[in-house]
Ligand binder design. Structure first.
Ligand SMILES: [Zn+2]
Length: 420
């Protein structure tokens, strides 16, 4: 008798859909196979699709508060006249409700784990604890060349790690980017991360201008310089990496750095198109993210799955660039792997983060479910979301969140930003 049994699903196993039963005990998958199983709780999958949960590997979750707040503006104008001004008005409670809204959206669209870099991170952690979702969290640090501030920022980042590294929450360091953090500070962060044996989440080479400025200042592009100071390693996760040269790509592969590709944010902010196919060929672990909701505007990872595939076809001029299976791996297993978590696969011993998808009109006719998932999903096909062995959404009903209250609170918070 298992704690939970998912019966007769069309399960995504080793790149194929196979009819199987899944047993879950505690936090983990304890059985995958064709034998009849029983559970204290049972979900009749009834030949619907069963997938490992999606991993959104780069978010600024509470930025749900700013979705639709400022649109169609050049990046620097958008940041300086709108986003940064609004962020200065953010308090801890706002971040809590903004995060709750982000989690609500992720659970509804099949994301079981996310990696967040922002401020007031205790509130994000609280929202995770209450909702039951899994997360990798870090406080977004920036010293802007001030050595006093560097010490303070590192301390805030480290305190957060010591408070929250437990159970479903993994806390790591989050230096914002090489253009907001000095090289001395980044070195300090890396040394401390090694001592505490934790990872690092950072933005690198998102815009062409930022890379040009960096090269003028330091004589090398960001990734080459980061390598020179010993910053890169298998526990480094880099968001974007759009404007990188061949040598930098080689460095990332050699050092085992994971890259988070954020196609919608990159398109919306006109940042550019990352060389994802080249990265995959070099052996780099590429995963997917939405970035913040202000530049996306949703946390629906199915949109990233489709656009990752389409963008690479456009970039390379090859319709067979990136196969559906590659992109599904990026959205599931690769995300878990990037952050050292044992999930993202329907396999005995893995974390029990699982989603069920209903066959619906947009999945009809169903030839190969993999193609339907990559090219036809809206996100609302998700009927069940299971995290850490617990059912958080059942038949479309969120069991741990009060949806009405969250929407109401966020509409109320919005009022103070409309003055800007
Ligand atoms: Zn970002």
């Amino acid at each position: 008798m298992h704690d939970l049994a998912i019966k007769d699903g069309l399960c995504y196993i080793n790149g194929e859909f196979i009819r199987a039963n899944i047993g879950i005990d505690g936090h983990k998958i304890s059985y995958v196979g064709k034998e009849e199983i029983k559970g204290e709780l049972e979900i009749k999958a009834d030949k619907n699709l069963v997938l490992p949960g999606l991993f959104n590997a780069h978010t600024h979750l509470a930025m749900t508060l700013f979705r639709g707040f400022a649109e169609d503006m050049p990046l620097m104008d958008w940041l300086k006249t709108k986003i940064w001004r609004a962020e200065r008005l953010l308090n801890a409670k706002d971040v809590y409700w903004g995060s709750m809204l982000g989690i609500l959206e992720m659970l509804r669209t099949g994301t079981t784990c996310f990696s967040d870099l922002y401020i007031h991170m205790d509130e994000v952690a609280k929202a995770c604890i209450e909702s039951g979702i899994r997360a990798v969290l870090c406080y977004g640090m920036a010293d802007r060349g001030d050595s006093e501030r560097a010490k303070e920022e590192l301390e805030i980042g480290e305190d957060f790690i010591k408070r929250w590294n437990d159970g479903r929450i993994k806390a790591i360091f989050g230096p914002h980017a090489p253009y907001t953090c000095s090289l001395e500070f980044l070195k300090m962060v890396k040394d401390r991360a090694d001592e505490l044996k934790v990872g690092i989440h950072i933005h690198v080479s998102e815009t062409k201008d930022e890379v040009e400025e960096f090269k003028q200042k330091f004589g090398l592009p960001p990734i080459e310089k980061l390598d020179e100071i010993g910053f890169l390693g298998p526990k480094t996760v880099m968001a974007h990496a759009i404007w990188i040269n061949d040598k930098e790509m080689e460095i990332l592969a050699k050092k085992g750095v994971s890259v988070v590709h954020n196609p919608i944010s990159n398109m919306k902010l006109a940042s550019g198109i990352a060389r994802v196919t080249d990265m995959v060929e070099s052996g780099i672990n590429v995963c997917l993210g939405t970035d913040g909701a202000a530049s996306n505007n949703t946390y629906n990872l199915f949109e990233e799955i489709k656009l990752t595939s389409l963008l690479q076809k456009v970039r390379t001029g090859k319709a067979d660039a990136l196969h559906a299976r590659d992109v599904v791996e990026m959205a599931t297993r690769n995300g878990y792997k990037a952050y050292g978590l044992d999930g993202g696969e329907l396999k005995k011993g893995r974390l029990a983060d699982i989603i069920l998808l209903k066959k619906s009109f947009n999945y009809t006719p169903l030839y190969n479910p993999l193609y339907s998932i990559v090219y036809s999903s809206f996100g609302c096909e998700v009927s069940h979301t299971i995290v850490d062995g617990k059912i958080l959404m059942e038949e479309g009903e969120l069991l741990t969140l009060n949806e009405e209250k969250i929407l109401e609170k966020v509409e109320k918070i919005k009022e103070k930003f409309t003055q800007l």
